[in-house]
Design a binder for this molecule. Structure first.
Ligand code: CMC
Length: 428
């Protein structure tokens, strides 16, 4: 017999089914609680709420474990290519060589964006934030591919939309950058690999030969893999909830991009570098900034520290920290910001406040330093995160539809005014 939990409410006992995941994760199924008791559960920020059953990513925050489809992040970051990992996340299994070749070929085939989209860029102010433009561009793609608007169309149509998104996001991301620096757009060069092509479109110029550096391409490959999925985080949950209304994939991903933009989520990588530069400019008094982060009356937080799920360490941060040292060493770059970051990490990790709350450097603490070292401008950092996270968002969206999940619609506990009569304007 399946395990049941008992809930006693006003002297009556109700049974709640216990759901057990493949890694022995336990959950109480409360989906029928309101119907049988009249009660809902209250969980601000969904800190303790499972929104779905998912087979994509396993994460154990206490032990610092992260696996995509069962494969440890450490092995994938060390040995795989980003498109190989994308295939794994999307389809559930590692591709054979033939499957990978065909996947890469399909992606190459769709890298161009519609010429008319170029005109959108003319309308944005020069200092527009890249994430604002990118989210709009991705949503706009649905208008160019109306067949994508029905997410329940043929599996072939969905597959085509998925390939278009993976192929075109780097092209659009590079166009956003080129537009910001007022350089000509570079058309994709499909004989290059996925990452090399992105670098070519970002850093190449029509008047010059451009040879993507293998050191930088490797670093980007690792970074994109580390960001590829992270189960039910803010942006993935957003993608799922928007998609659950049967909105199309472009609209759902655009919503994910908007959720990622915030500094408490993907925008943290930009915020970390800005914070480190501010500390350096201010004279580098780390104790002062640590005290500010601990002061509940001060809105300052140590960006790049803390995580909703990881309470001992973020395995992605461990890999990135090592990669950061290697890349800066290989490129011969000395970055004083990295020294500040290392000192800050040491001071924070020895401080009772951070120890007690399980606050450790997260993936974004070091990623910005790598992006900067390889020439990515600060405002583009969150775009880089989005390039990595795209396969995860798509897989989450597809899984939600394939599982037939209902429309996402939380309840609330109303705490406003009780019913009262309308007062005409002249009597107020
Ligand atoms: N600096 C100072 N105090 C912090 C920080 C921080 N960065 N993060 C959490 N705290 C404190 C918080 O004030 C609270 O203290 P108390 O218990 O005394 O009220 C306690 O730690 C628990 O924090 P919380 O805000 O309840 O935790 P959360 O799970 O709601 O928030 C978080 C997680 C990531 C939003 C938060 O740690 C944070 O704001 N960190 C800085 C932003 C950041 O680096 N975000 C990137 C996350 S990793 C990339 C991604 O996948 O999105």
């Amino acid at each position: 017999m399946s395990e049941m939990a008992k809930l006693e409410l006003n002297g009556e006992v109700f049974e709640l089914p216990v759901i057990t995941g493949t890694e022995n994760e336990k959950a109480l199924d409360i989906s029928k609680l309101r119907a049988s008791t009249g009660y809902i559960t209250l969980d601000r920020g969904f800190k303790n709420t499972g929104s779905c059953q998912s087979a994509i990513t396993f994460l154990n925050g206490e032990e610092g474990i992260l696996r995509y489809r069962g494969y440890p992040i450490e092995q994938l970051a060390e040995k795989a290519s980003f498109l190989e990992v994308s295939y794994l996340i999307l389809k559930g299994e590692l591709p054979t060589q033939a499957q990978l070749d065909s996947f890469e070929e399909d992606i190459d085939h769709h890298t161009l964006v519609h010429e008319d989209m170029k005109r959108f860029f003319e309308a944005y102010p020069a200092k527009a934030h890249p994430m604002g433009i990118l989210a709009s561009m991705i949503c706009s793609m649905s208008t160019f591919y109306p067949e994508s608007q029905d997410p329940n169309r043929s599996p072939e149509a969905v597959d085509l939309t998925i390939k278009r998104l993976i192929a075109k996001l780097p092209t659009l991301a590079a166009m956003v950058y080129k537009n910001a620096v007022r350089h000509p757009f570079m058309y994709p060069k499909n004989e290059l690999g996925y990452i090399e092509n992105f670098m070519y479109m970002m850093f190449g110029m029509p008047t010059e030969d451009y040879e993507p550096s293998p050191v930088i391409a490797n670093a980007l490959n690792k970074l994109l893999i580390l960001h590829a999925d992270h189960e039910q985080n803010c942006s993935a949950s957003t993608v799922r909830i928007v998609g659950s209304s049967q909105a199309n994939l472009y609209a759902s991903i655009s919503a994910g991009l908007s959720a990622l933009w915030g500094p408490l989520h993907g925008g943290a990588n930009q915020a970390v570098i800005e914070m480190l530069e501010m500390i350096e400019k201010d004279g580098g008094d780390l104790d002062k900034w640590i005290d500010k982060a601990k002061d509940k009356n001060d809105p300052f937080r140590l960006m790049g520290f803390g995580h909703r799920v990881y309470k001992n360490f973020d395995p992605r941060a461990t890999i990135i920290k090592e990669a950061c040292d290697d890349i800066l060493g290989e490129l011969g770059i000395e970055d004083p910001t990295l020294d500040i970051a290392k000192k800050l990490e040491k001071v924070a990790l020895e401080d009772e406040y951070f120890i007690k709350r399980g606050l450790y450097p997260n993936v974004d603490f070091y990623s910005g330093i790598i992006y900067r070292a390889i020439g990515i401008p600060t405002e583009m950092f969150t775009v880089m995160f989005a390039l990595g996270r795209l396969p995860g968002w798509i897989a989450q969206w597809k899984e939600m539809l394939d599982n037939g999940d209902p429309i996402g619609r939380p309840r609330q506990v109303y705490v406003g005014e009780s019913a009262r009569d309308f007062i005409p304007l002249e009597k107020r």
